[in-house]
Each structure stands twice: as C-alpha cells, then as structure tokens.
Design a protein around this ligand. Sequence first.
Ligand code: ADP
Ligand code: RBF
Ligand code: MG
Length: 412
Amino acid sequence: MTTPFANVTHVILDLDGTLINTEQLVDEVVSAVLHKRGDFTASRVRKAMEQVRGMRPGDGTRAVMDILGIRDVSVEALLAETSALLDERWDEVSMMPGARRLLDHLHARGVKTALATSTPADFLAKKMASHDGWVERLSAIATGDEVTNGKPSPDIFALAARRLGVDPSACVVLEDTPLGVRAAKAAGAFAIAIPSIHDDFAAYEDAGADQTIRSLYDLEPERWGLPPFADRVDVRCVASGNDRFPAFESVLPLRPIIRLGGPVVRGFGRGSSTLGIPTANLDVAPIKKESDALAPGIYFGWAGLRGDERREDVVAPMVMSIGWNPFFENARKTVEPWLLRDFGKDGDFYGRELRLAVLGYVRPEANFASLEALVERIHRDADVARGALATEQFERGKDDPYLKFLDEELSG
Ligand code: ADP
Ligand code: RBF
Ligand code: MG
C-alpha cells in the first residue's frame, strides 16, 4: 500500500486546461491579436502569455498588455476582440484526456466536486454550450466574476470550498497553471498540478504543488484519501527475460478507444539508428483532434498498414509513444508506433497509410538517466503491450474494420 499524501473529502476543479482543452486555442487566438498590436517576436508573446495563464480574462489581458507595453487600445477593446474570435470557436474544444473518466468516477462514488474557474459566468455559458451536461453534476460552481481578486489570489478556491460546505483543507484542487496552484495553496487546500501545455515542471513546484502529474490518467485518488479508480486491468507481461520488472503491470483501457492514421512520414531519424527501435511517425497536424484526445504518454493497440503492388495489407500489434520525448527534448509533438513484428526486407513504410486503433494507456512519458535505461523501458513497454494484446479484452481489437481499410472499400 502507498501512504496517502492527505485525507481529503472534496475535489475542486479548475476548468480551462484541466477539464477542457482550451489552452492551445486561447494561445493561438490571443497571440494573433497581440501580434497585430506591435512588432513582437513569437517568443516574447509566448513568454507573456505564459505569465498570465490561469488569470481571469480581464486580468490576463491587462497583464499581457503591460508586459508587452501595448497602450494604443483599451483592455476592454482588446478583450472584446479576442472574445468575439473565441466565441466562434468554442465548439472545437473537447475535454482533456481523462477528465470524463474522473468526473464519472467521482460522481459514481458520491464525492462532491466544485468548479473554481477564472472564467466569468457569461463567458462560461458560451464556452460550455457544446458540452453535454456534466457541469450540472457538479455540486458547486464559483466563477471569476464572483470574487474581488482572481487567481493567484485564494478567493475563488475559498468560495468554492465554502459552497461545498467544507474547509479548504478538506479539498484537493486540480490545476494546470502555476498561478492556479499558488491560489489553491494560499487558500489552504492541497494542490495537484497537471500541466496542460508542454511545460517546465519547476514552475509548479515553485508554486507549491503537492504533486505534479503529466495527465489525469495518472491521478491516484486513493493517495488523497478518495475512492480509487477501478478500471485499470493487470496484464501478465510477455517475458522479455528481464527480471528487473514485475511479471504483471496494470494498464488503463481507453473508453472510447481512439482511431487515428495517415501516411508514414520521416521522423528524427534516430529510432532505428540510436535506439534500435524503429518507430513509424505520423504527421500530427491532420490528426490534431484525435491525438489531443490522448494525453502524452505510452499506449498499446493494433496497427493496420496499407499494402502496395508488392506487399499485402497487414495488421500488427503495436506500442506507441505520443508526446515530446523528454529524453530528447523534442520541440514538436510526435505520434510514433513501433510495430511489434519483424518486417525484414518489407520494412520500408514511408508514404504508406498507417492506421492505429489505440486501446490502452501504459504510462506517462518519462526522462531517463541513460539511453540504455530508455531502451530497456521501451522494450518493457513492448512486453506490456504484447501481454495486453494477448488477452481477450484487447485481442479482438485487431478485427476493427478501420484497420483493414474496409470502410474505404465500402465507400468506393
Ligand atoms: P524515422 O525517424 O524516419 O521515423 P526510424 O529510425 O524511427 O525513422 O525508423 C522508422 C521507419 O522504419 C518506419 O517509418 C518504417 O519505414 C521502418 N520500419 C521497419 N520496421 C518497423 C517496425 N516494426 N515498426 C515501425 N517502423 C518500422
Ligand atoms: N522517449 C522519451 O523521451 N521518453 C519516454 O518515456 C519514451 N517512451 C517510449 C515508449 C515507446 C513504446 C516508444 C516506441 C518510444 C518511446 N520514446 C520515449 C520515444 C523515443 O525517444 C523515440 O522513439 C525516439 O526519439 C525516436 O524518434
Ligand atoms: Mg521514428
């Protein structure tokens, strides 16, 4: 048994970047508006935006204008400009990976939850218009317009706790921004940081986070005295002759499963050469929605690879990495499956269509002390994947028509 960090009874949730995936959209829209107001470098705007993440829209706009020295327009006018653009696009926003699972779990187990969002109530209604009723299942909502001071002030979390009828010390807060973590700690609550934007973890520690995790998939409610998730399954790993790892490992089945695909492109050119592990990279841009539905991390599933004049279509087990590869500090997100089959002389996939049915989550992306340790862990991931895909639950995933390009043949 792991020792709990705390014994809380209630959960307070930040909205943007924690439950719903708004941060990239807001960054994109606000940055574009800011760039029109001065000759700023992209990195200067990015840094300014970083400093205000988590603030109320008005506070954030004012702060960003101060940082960049924008004076030829009022805060209200700039806010109206960005709001109008965002209102056109809120329907693009989906939930963060693992958010639905968490809300369903807490609701099913009778744990009371509150939303503590910097968003004012009138913005919130527009933002949530395309979401199907989970907001109504929360016990309390505290919005940015209801408090005198926004995050990093503790007011919003104090208000949320009051509405839940408990002291903040009985609450754990889930937050994706350093300012939000700071606010939660100032209120006297526990705080779990879950960075939503590919980010430096140090800022969250500085803000006083009690724990930092890479996504909601890695949340362990029992660590906080809350009921544990019951949906992980233990799989017996296919022996790799490596006794440094236990025989069983738990994986998280994805509900729903995620399907994504596209032509195989060139990656960083180091999979085979540096690691001895070839990974068939997909272009992320055309599959942004599907890949954003997966938290950065390691997954398993089945791959369907389109044949050509010389080669047949194949379906093969796969283990894949999605994210920024902390060990190599990639600047862009990659989606890269390793197909767990030896293709020999047929192993050139470039340009061929690859389709993936992603069935389960194994672990978060990690950094490693050495290349050997990374390689060893990836081989272990493959053992976990083979073990999982041999169970009835996951084996049948290989019959997915999507992997066999049947949908295309049907539609002509
Ligand atoms: P890149 O950086 O271009 O992705 P890698 O060194 O990672 O190059 O090798 C990946 C390429 O190796 C794939 O695009 C594919 O053409 C080939 N390949 C051969 N066997 C496999 C396999 N089992 N899984 C993934 N890719 C493979
Ligand atoms: N890279 C990391 O930096 N950290 C990881 O935890 C990690 N896990 C991986 C797991 C699997 C199953 C695979 C196939 C790759 C993983 N990689 C990881 C990515 C690896 O760095 C990448 O394949 C190479 O950089 C080649 O592009
Ligand atoms: Mg690769």
